[in-house]
Ligand binder design. Structure first.
Ligand code: BLA
Length: 506
């Protein structure tokens, strides 16, 4: 299919990639009726076309009866189950891995070409898995875990570049770890828009945890149906290893100079967290047992990531609490809380992970770190006062879309988190966060990418920048809780000071 010249991304998520009606040519596929075990459709690549056509025959007769011995196993497969059938010899074509998947009323049987010199069994790879599990205990952070995962998959497979790709809350992604040789450029730290891996692809990858595109220039092998499949719905190839992939994605691969790619899903709590994504300049077929090992490594990694993230959240709350303690210490030691906060800018910003803060109290307007101008901040305080409807806090991660007067302050103040600090006057403490794009650098080497605006990582990066324009990193519950706790302390101190003052005046 031709390269899309203009990037109309609206259709991306509606391509039915689970029913491509074709396979990749590194094996063959039979579609079988689970009730009578008749072959209702088949896809056989030209390299294997001297084999007898099994269409509309019982599978025990296919290819000289190689599948006869496992007929019972095949018949017993329950729905949504995948089973490894073993190795099968197809006349002069050598050994093939047999895989069977049952989905609803359809059985898929794949015979995938083996690779010369490949590991003979999963047991052979077990020591590697064990070693990997042990080494993960030494990782201190999610990034370190991912770097170890990338290194391990790279060592097992020999891909030119192996990276870990993490999704954010809006399904944009970032490369957070990488292991590579010098054949392909580095993608470390690069950001990509949601549309690069559209929703239906993410949903498929959540369920089917690994996929291999062995040669991005392959000729798709059409699925041919016999008369018994006439009028049936298109065959769902979600579970098939050989599923032919989206032509849009194949174009993307060609544009970025990759001849082969493999990706392993990182899923936890039923959610796609990210991918281990591997690229090779030349075509590359990863042997079945090596792929299964990578899939296992992906599962171990995802579990460890989940555990680290939970730990990191606890640590984050502790560090906010420490900042809060510093601020409280100062405020109780100082007669005026504004003066106290002014003198501890670092902790005030660390409290909510902000880059700027403003305190507005009647005539006072104190600006700390990166803030809009005083005039703008005063206007903003008035807008917040009208906006928050009696609540004590207000926050947004896209000020320019909610406040028409925001003008050109998005750079320093795309995000704001405000607390009201007086019951009587419009007094506020407002924290600011900058536009996300400011916090990110483009680290890629554009040499190998087309400059005509067609699909490529560089183009994607441009699209990503558009999707996050005017947005900051969103505020989370840890930020909000820290802000609210400071508010309680301030109101308390102000109240106490007022009472003391009243006593003095009596
Ligand atoms: C699939 N897109 C993918 C996959 C990746 C990416 C990793 C999974 C398939 C694979 O393993 O190769 C994206 N690859 C990346 C990114 C990097 C990378 C971000 O190396 C960066 C390091 N893709 C587009 C656009 C569309 C699109 C604009 O860029 C929409 C029209 C579609 N991508 C698309 C589709 C799939 C896909 C449809 C699914 C392919 C399939 O499984 O059939």
């Amino acid at each position: 299919s031709p390269a899309p010249r203009e990037l109309d991304l609206s259709g991306c998520a509606s391509e039915p990639i689970h029913t491509p009606g074709a396979i990749q040519p590194y094996g063959l596929l039979l579609v079988v009726n689970p009730r009578d075990l008749l072959v209702t459709a088949r896809a056989i690549p030209p390299s294997l076309d001297d084999l007898d056509d099994p269409l509309d025959a019982p599978i025990d007769l296919a290819f000289g009866g190689v599948l006869r011995a496992c007929q019972g196993t095949i018949a017993a497969i329950s729905t949504d189950q995948s089973v490894y059938l073993g190795l099968f010899e197809l006349s002069a074509h050598g050994l093939f891995h047999g895989l069977a998947h049952r989905h609803g009323d359809v059985l898929l049987i794949e015979l995938e070409m083996s690779v010369s010199g490949e590991p003979a069994s999963l047991e052979e790879l077990y020591p590697t898995i064990r070693q990997f599990m042990l080494s993960l205990e030494k990782a201190d952070s999610v990034e370190e875990l991912c770097a170890m995962g990338a290194a391990q998959v790279s060592e097992l497979t020999g891909f030119d570049r192996t990276l870990v790709y993490q999704f954010d809350a809006a399904w944009n992604g970032a490369v957070i770890a990488e292991s590579r040789n010098d054949v392909l450029p580095s993608y470390m730290d690069l950001r990509f828009p949601e549309s690069d891996i559209p929703a239906q692809a993410r949903e498929l990858y959540r369920k089917n945890r690994i996929r291999l595109i062995a040669d991005s220039t392959y000729e798709r092998v059409p699925l041919v149906r016999g008369p018994s499949a006439n009028g049936h719905a298109p065959t769902d190839l979600s579970a098939a290893t050989l599923r032919s992939v989206s032509p849009v994605h194949l174009q993307y691969m060609k544009n970025m100079g990759t001849g082969a790619s493999m990706s392993v899903s990182l899923v936890h709590d039923g959610k796609l967290w990210g991918l281990i994504s591997c690229h090779n300049e030349a075509p590359k077929q990863v042997p079945y047992h090596v792929r299964t090992t990578c899939e296992f490594i992906g599962q171990i990694l995802a579990l460890q990531i989940a555990q680290k993230e939970r730990g990191a959240k606890v640590e984050e709350r502790v560090s906010r609490r420490a900042a809060q303690m510093h601020l409280l210490g100062r405020m109780t030691g100082d007669g005026d809380f504004v003066e106290a906060l002014k003198r501890d800018e670092d902790h005030l910003l660390a409290l909510t992970r902000a880059t700027g803060a403003a305190i507005i109290r009647r005539e006072d307007c104190v600006l700390l770190g990166d803030c809009p101008s005083e005039e703008k901040v005063r206007e903003l305080a008035q807008w917040i006062s009208a906006k928050k409807d009696g609540g004590d806090t207000y926050d947004t991660d896209q000020l320019t879309t909610v406040w028409a007067e925001a003008g050109d302050i998005a750079g320093v103040a795309s995000g704001l988190l405000a607390i009201s600090i007086s019951q009587l006057h419009d007094s506020y403490l407002i924290w600011f966060r900058p536009e996300v794009v400011r916090t990110v650098r483009w680290g890629g080497d554009p040499r190998k990418e087309p400059t005509d605006g067609t699909l490529s990582p560089r183009k994607s990066f441009e699209i990503w920048k558009e999707t996050v324009r005017g947005r900051s990193i969103p505020w989370d519950d840890i930020d909000r809780d820290a802000a609210m706790e400071l508010r309680v302390a301030i109101v308390d101190i102000v109240l106490r000071n007022a009472e003391e003052l009243a006593e003095v005046n009596e």
